[in-house]
Design a protein around this ligand. Structure first.
Ligand code: ADP
Length: 815
């Protein structure tokens, strides 16, 4: 008997439709210590009984009576419960095994078989079942744990995917979304859940055909990861896409790189702009290493050296620097090393063609990728230098012009000026020939002056300033238009043709005519010729026109001066003629005066003589009336004699030679008082002279006569019954002495004060105040002849103050 495997009996359900075999089997099993829980004969019953009885094992006959055979029944049991099934069969073909294998049987036993074989098979099956069950339990445990881990991992990934800044989606192999993170939803403007399960190209049809679309297909087809940057127009954003293929489909990360792209773009733009500036700047720019090797230069720099950039770059800084600058360059280099900068300083570069180019340069050290470079900015100063020289040259010319013009204004000779102008043009201002022409009234132009004198050209040519063909050249037009006219190349100037052959023979190539203008009208031209074509540059034209203006002004001045000189000469002649006339008249007047003094006075004396004889011889017979008549004849003759004497004195005063000497005023006054002694006494006048009277420059007899006349009037012109009171004094007035004679007489109305100094002007009848009206005329004329003057201050009824003013004696100006 077989040993029981455990205390608890193993329960077995037998499915066998042959009762004999079933009983035999039960007995055998029982014998072996198993507990047969039931024996059934139909397959349909098997599952139900297995579930009800829960045996440890089922022994299953394959061929069963009924609809369900053993394999099918075993199939149901296998699907429903975990109970091992052993097949018992009388035969076995391939089809049977193929079907039975599906039910995972624990053994096949071919009938007939011994109890011992059955027991072995049962124990083996139970053991295997037990082992498998424990293995399965372990496996299930492992699967459960693994699943939990996977879920955890997936959650972790999901939370990572949700928290990352990138957008992330996963697609299955048929392009449906399986995952969309929050960032992706945000980027697409969709709800995450709404996209899950959706077809990517249907959701985003605008992407179809785009580079992203092709990249996804390529990644999917070739199972290769692809990274790409792409501008996505619908969103106007730049995306960096990382497409990761897997068996399930694709994982795609989207990263918005718009900002980065924009700053890259801005950087590129600014680099491009800088480069453009660098290339287009008119200033030369060069970057070179500390050893002088050129690294980068712009076109302006290369052009300065007469080369292209490509030709220049292989050169070193020292190749383009003349040797003479070596020392200076070392100094600048030392400066550069010390301060990080150099310049600006001037030097020269070697041009490709061998000449030197003056430049001014400055620069600084810059660091690039850890290396030190010299960054230089270079300016070509050729023009500046040239214009500096030009200015110097112009200054010299202007200097020459100034001194030339100065000479012009000093000269007082018309032909001298004309000559100087033409000479200046040739010798200082560098023309070959200069001539001055004058516009004549008949339309011709005459030659005023030329330089050099030996050149015959100005004398050979015929020039006009009217509208005729000979008036169409520079000279004629300059005169008509009042503006400079010049030919830069006379052989190309049609208007020059009448004179061209002669001019070419002289070697002239350019010519110019500058109008000489006075009061807005040209009266001539300055004509210039040069062997250099284009000699008359705008600067020169300006210069020559300035000279022409100077020359015109000088010529006009000199013409005016000549005119004035001629006029002065004429005036002098007229004065001389007039003087001669006057001398003749004077002589006549002298003769006349002589006749007056002698011839007129002789009959007067006869009248006086005979009147006196008549009175003496026939006075008694003529009676009182007769005596009165005779007296009147005598008085009239006397009066006439006085008149003649006064006139004679006046006319002598106007003609006589008068010598001025210092005269003692007191002595003169005394003399006058002596002459008037009788009148003074008769009138009872009081005359007071100041104790000191100033001396004057005078002609003593004339001054005596003046004072005598003034005193005579002062005594005479007093109202009847008033005693004359007269004062005399002198007053110093600057360089002159004024003599005053004041009276207490009848006075003179202001309106008559001027005329009483003229001959025969009297304010009163002879009956009241006798006189000839010549006294004050003599005062006035006498003062005048002695270089002085006379006047009066008076009012009617208040007396008069007459004065005479004469020079102080020289050397006695400040007594
Ligand atoms: P005469 O004395 O011979 O008349 P004058 O030439 O001396 O001629 O003077 C001209 C006139 O001036 C006088 O007639 C008189 O009317 C006036 N006159 C001259 N002196 C005085 C004076 N001292 N006071 C007033 N009238 C005077």
């Amino acid at each position: 008997m077989m040993t029981r495997l455990n205390d608890k009996k193993t329960s077995i359900l037998i499915v066998e439709d042959d009762p004999m075999q079933a009983e035999t089997l039960r007995l055998g099993l029982d014998y072996c210590g198993y507990r047969v829980v039931a024996t059934i004969s139909h397959g349909e019953e098997a599952l139900e009984r297995v579930q009800a009885l829960a045996p440890d094992l089922v022994l299953m006959d394959i061929l069963l009576a009924g609809k369900m055979d053993g394999i099918e029944a075993a199939q149901k049991i296998h699907e429903a419960c975990d109970i091992p099934v052993l097949y018992l069969t009388a035969y076995a073909d391939d089809e049977f095994f193929r079907r039975a294998r599906v039910t995972e049987p624990y053994a096949f036993m071919l009938k007939p078989c011994s109890t011992r074989e059955i027991q072995l098979a049962i124990e083996t099956a139970l053991y295997r079942h037990k082992t498998e069950r424990s293995a399965r339990a372990t496996l299930e445990q492992a699967v459960t744990e693994r699943t939990a881990e996977l879920v955890q991992a997936r959650n972790r990934i999901a939370s990572i995917l949700e928290s990352i800044s990138d957008a992330f989606v996963s697609l299955d192999a048929s392009w449906h979304y399986t995952y969309v993170n929050a960032k992706a939803g945000e980027l697409f403007g969709r709800k995450q859940e709404a996209l899950i399960g959706k077809h990517i190209w249907s959701e985003f049809p605008e992407s179809v055909g785009q580079p992203f679309y092709h990249a996804c297909h390529k990644a999917m087809a070739q199972q290769t990861p692809i990274e790409m940057e792409e501008y996505y127009p619908p969103w106007q954003r730049w995306l960096e896409n990382r497409i990761q293929p897997s068996k399930e489909g694709l994982s795609i990360f989207f990263h918005d790189i718009t900002e980065r792209k924009r700053s890259e773009q801005a950087l590129r733009e600014s680099e491009r702009y800088n480069r453009m500036l660098f290339e287009c700047l008119p200033t030369g720019l060069a970057l070179c290493r500390m050893d002088g090797t050129l690294v980068d230069i712009n076109q302006a720099f290369a052009s300065m050296l007469g080369r292209s950039i490509e030709e220049t770059l292989p050169l070193s800084y020292w190749d383009i620097t003349p040797a003479k600058y070596a020392e200076q360059e070392q100094l600048q280099l030392a400066n550069l090393n010390a301060s990080g900068r150099y310049g600006p300083y001037e030097k020269e570069y070697l041009h490709k063609e061998g000449h030197l180019v003056p430049v001014v340069l400055s620069g600084r050290i810059i660091e690039k990728d850890g290396e030190r470079y010299i960054w230089s900015s270079v300016k070509d100063i050729t023009e500046r230098k040239q214009s500096g020289e030009q200015i110097q040259h112009q200054l010299e010319m202007l200097q020459a012009l100034y001194s030339g013009a100065h000479k012009l204004s000093e000269s007082l000779d018309f032909s001298g000026i004309a000559h100087s102008v033409t000479q200046l043009c040739v010798e200082v201002l560098g023309v070959q020939l200069a001539w001055l022409g004058r516009a004549e009234a008949d339309g011709s132009v005459s030659l005023l002056a030329q330089y050099p004198a030996e050149n015959t050209y100005p004398r050979r040519i015929s020039v006009r300033w009217d509208e005729s063909p000979l008036g169409q050249g520079s000279t004629g037009r300059a005169i008509r238009e009042g503006a400079p006219v010049f030919s830069t190349e006379i052989s190309k100037d049609k208007k020059f043709s009448p004179w061209l052959d002669m001019a070419l023979q002289e070697g002239f190539h350019s010519s110019a005519a500058f109008p000489l203008i006075s009061r807005g009208k040209a009266f001539g031209t300055l004509n210039l010729y040069s062997p250099v074509a284009g000699f008359f540059t705008p600067e020169r034209v300006e210069l020559f026109q300035a000279l022409a203006h100077q020359a015109a002004a000088a010529l006009v001045n000199i013409a005016l001066y000549d005119e004035i000189r001629a006029y002065t000469r004429e005036l002098e002649q007229r004065v001389a003629d007039r003087t001669a006339d006057l001398v003749a008249i004077n002589q006549e007047l002298e003769a006349y005066s002589y006749s007056v003094s002698h011839d007129l006075r002789a009959p007067l004396r006869a009248i006086q003589g005979f009147a006196q004889a008549l009175e003496e011889d026939y006075g008694a017979k003529l009676g009182a009336t007769g005596a009165d008549y005779i007296q009147r004849i005598v008085d009239s003759a006397q009066r006439m004699d006085t008149l003649i004497q006064d006139l004679l004195a006046y006319s002598q005063l106007t003609r006589a030679d008068i010598q001025l000497n210092p005269v003692n005023m007191a002595a003169v006054v005394r003399e006058a008082l002596a002459q008037l002694d009788r009148e003074i006494k008769q009138s009872g006048a009081t005359i007071t002279a100041a104790p000191s009277l100033s001396a004057v420059m005078a002609h003593a007899p004339t001054l005596t006569q003046i004072i005598s006349n003034l005193l005579g009037n002062a005594i005479k012109f007093v109202p009847s019954g008033r005693l004359p009171e007269i004062k005399i004094w002198t007053e110093e007035r600057g360089e002159r002495i004024r003599l005053w004679v004041e009276d207490n007489g009848i006075g003179i109305a202001p309106e008559h004060q001027a005329r009483i100094f003229h001959v025969f002007e009297r304010l009163h009848g002879v009956e009241n105040y006798p006189g000839t009206g010549i006294g004050l005329a003599i005062v006035c004329k006498g003062a005048e002849r002695m270089g002085g003057e006379a006047g009066v201050e008076s009012n009617v009824g208040n007396g008069s103050r007459f004065w005479v003013e004469l020079d102080k004696p020289s050397g006695a100006k400040n007594p």
